[in-house]
Design a protein around this ligand. Structure first.
Ligand code: ARG
Length: 466
């Protein structure tokens, strides 16, 4: 919490005002309680700006040195928890600037030459988000690695594949896990693409129109590692589409994690028992001693809602703003920060949890045997023997009905019984009615045959190593 002392004298913009700020308005309009999170980026941006001002001789080299030393000392103070944040000083930018002037004297007041808080804040958020994107990318890669590693041990593990949550055709657990890697791969691509637009420098746009000083934006951009320089000063200070884009990426990723969570919850239930989650990732019940609850996937599933909410908040925040900067934009930070925190937490806990999943291969196998999951294979078999697919479908439907009535799987019907539906059926049918035969028959790129899944795993391992 920042210090609440209302003192107009400490403010950096009181020149044209006759009355002090209403104390409630002061607290209402302040952002320092949350934007102090960007102090490192704010100081990094200020140091680059001071270096540039000296480079173009708007300030002297000795003035620059004083400013850089002062800012570096402030950075250390903040890191050490020795910095007192002030609400009358409104935000992270004016808190640091005012501390600088207190520390190094009047030279501190030169730092803001050719700059405005409007391009300053737009730069800070982009630097902040770029740093966080790099952390998120690492966690996203770690999660994919964990899934690929688990998949590598499950390429022969047969499970029922579902459509409509009804048993459809046998697949392998390895193949199923690789489906999740596939969608997380697209999420990584989206994040990388978003990073390109985040990494564009607004600094130099000043309040909205640019500045009359002979600034060198290329110099500043190089110092800060920006790949691009915002091409229009009005746009540079006003748009937060990069934050919306990031939150869109985050929403899609959370949607994926939420679907995955739903499966983990189902699979770990007493009804499925396909997997068991590690004890350290579950909790018990205070009343039912037998319970082991999948809290982690449930919470991740639940947290998707809050990220979608942040996306809506940012879209709505932006939608009616005329050019250029408006104070509305101060509202971009809390949704963005919470999106970053939530996402990092969800990715971390998932990457940690995946290696602790125990797989019940036998139960999965038994489940795949129920539900006539090889019925399509029988139809394909008949097609290979010259029967049209629609007729084959009808024949197999009848065989399935006999199976249901006599409570047997297709592979448990005798040859004589099967032949009453089609005389094309011969002894070799039993090879294709097995789960292994069915899975192995899917021999093509993207299919569930173990060899294909091993190749997919190899491809993804190579990609993730880069
Ligand atoms: N705290 C403000 C924000 O987050 C900084 C920019 C303020 N600019 C201004 N003209 N009032 O947007």
């Amino acid at each position: 919490m920042a210090d609440k002392n209302n003192s107009n004298s400490s403010k950096l913009w009181t020149g044209r005002f006759n009355a002090p700020t209403d104390s409630f308005v002061e607290a209402f309009t302040a952002s320092v309680d949350f934007d102090q999170r960007m102090y490192q980026q704010d100081i990094r941006g200020s140091i680059a700006h001071a270096n540039m001002l000296a480079q173009v001789q708007v300030i002297s080299d000795s003035e620059r040195d004083l400013i850089v030393q002062g800012l570096t000392a402030i950075l250390e103070e903040i890191k050490a928890g020795d910095f007192v944040w002030s609400i009358p000083l409104e935000d992270v930018h004016m808190n640091i600037e005012s501390a600088l002037t207190k520390k190094i004297g009047l030279v501190g007041k030169k730092l803001h030459t050719g700059r405005s808080r409007n391009d300053q804040v737009a730069t800070d958020i982009r630097l902040y988000l770029r740093d966080e994107i790099d952390c998120i990318m690492k966690e996203l890669t770690r999660l994919q690695m964990a899934l690929v590693d688990l998949a590598a041990s499950q390429t022969e593990t047969i499970m029922p594949g579902f459509t409509h949550l009804q048993t459809a055709q046998p697949v392998t657990f390895g193949h199923h896990l690789m489906a999740w890697v596939e969608n997380l791969k697209r999420d990584s691509e989206r994040l990388l693409d978003c990073r390109k637009r985040v990494n564009s420098m607004p600094l130099g746009a000043a309040a909205l129109a640019g500045t009359s000083y002979p600034i060198d934006r290329v110099f500043t951009a190089e110092q800060l590692g920006f790949d691009q320089i915002a091409g229009n000063s009005l746009d540079a200070v006003s748009d937060r589409d990069f934050a919306i884009e990031f939150t869109s990426f985050a929403s899609i990723l959370m949607m994926h994690l939420s679907r995955f969570s739903e499966e983990l919850v189902l699979w770990s239930s007493a009804q499925f028992q396909f997997i068991e989650l590690g004890d350290s990732f579950c909790t018990g019940s205070s009343i039912m001693p037998q319970k082991k609850n999948p809290d982690v996937p449930e919470l991740v599933r639940g947290k998707s809602g809050r990220i979608y909410g942040h996306l809506m908040a940012l879209l709505t925040l932006m939608k009616s703003q005329p050019l250029a900067y408006n104070k509305d934009n101060q509202e971009d930070k809390e949704p963005l920060f919470d999106t970053v925190d939530t996402l990092k937490g969800c990715l971390k806990v998932y990457a940690d949890m995946i290696p602790h999943i125990n797989v019940n291969k036998e139960i999965m196998y038994r489940a795949a045997k129920k539900g006539y999951s090889t019925a399509t294979d029988l139809a394909d078999y008949l097609v290979r023997k010259g029967i049209a697919f629609r007729d084959a479908h009808e024949i197999v439907g009848k065989a399935v009905r006999l199976g249901i009535e006599s409570k047997r799987d297709l592979s448990e019907l005798s040859l004589v019984e099967l032949q009453q539906f089609s005389d094309k059926i011969a002894q070799d049918v039993y090879q294709i009615l097995t789960l292994e035969g069915s899975v192995n028959a899917r021999q093509h790129l993207g299919g569930c045959a173990p060899v294909q899944v091993q190749q997919a795993i190899e491809r993804e391992k190579q990609r993730l190593k880069k």
